[in-house]
Design a protein around this ligand. Sequence first.
Ligand code: ZN
Length: 157
Amino acid sequence: MAIRQIRTIGDDILRKECKPVKAVDQRTKQLIEDMLETMYEANGVGLAAPQVGVLKQLVVIDVEDGNQYVLINPEIIEEKGSQTGEEGCLSLPGKHGTVTRPNYVKVRAFDENMQQYELEGEELLARAICHECAHLKGGLFVDLVEGGLKDNDKEEE
Ligand code: ZN
């Protein structure tokens, strides 16, 4: 396993569309392991492949609900309600902003064994799924932020 460098805003790769994963080979397995390690090291709750410079439809999420989610070629198939709250991104260190997202989503994806599954998320998990899936289409939370970006408090770091 290895920590990968997280690309930050301004890097063109964050604005590109990712390609679907066709098969999980050894390289993809390594990428998943590295992304999880990189996410935990950075104290994030999610990480998308383009954030480590790989244009593949792959995200990892851990919102500390006791699960680690690997979503390959994810597709949000249902959205309900809305939530407005603070959101940040490992590609925009030191900043956060107010973003409105669905309060519930259902996503269809493949796991690390290329088994298709559906995941339902509410609140923080729904927010993380939406945020990470947007990365795969070149979307960043700054596109949706209401009232501008705010600096994180130093004490929180
Ligand atoms: Zn992000």
